[in-house]
Write a protein of this length. Sequence first.
Length: 143
Amino acid sequence: MRDRTTFKIAALIIAALQVVGPGMQSAAQSEMRVIELLADKDSRFKIGRKASPTLTLRAGEEVKFRITAKKAKTQNRNGSIHGFALIRKKDGAKFPDWDLELKPGVQEFVLKVPDLPGEYQIVCTVICSEGHEDMHMKVIVIA
Ligand SMILES: [Cu+2]
């Protein structure tokens, strides 16, 4: 009788471990870095209260951008109010995955950081106001 109980407990523990296993994996995935960014109505990217912040990212990592967009003065015909594109500083290279148009409200994007360390820039690609040309932020990609 006692052996049977021990067996049952052992079986329960094994079953519990099997349930926890995949759960822990997805917990690790959800630890992806989340960057809260504001594409603001004054045509500036902001993190917290800081306008035009410098963002440091690790080469090859996946990050989640949670972007809140607020309309400045003008928008695209398709309703986009700001853009979000990555450009490599030394040669102006663009990255197709990092060329987004922002609609009003909150949007999330999971993006893979380029493998090549160096200096990059995130720029707005929608003519959003007279301040549009200055709507950019520096990105440093580290190894
Ligand atoms: Cu703009």
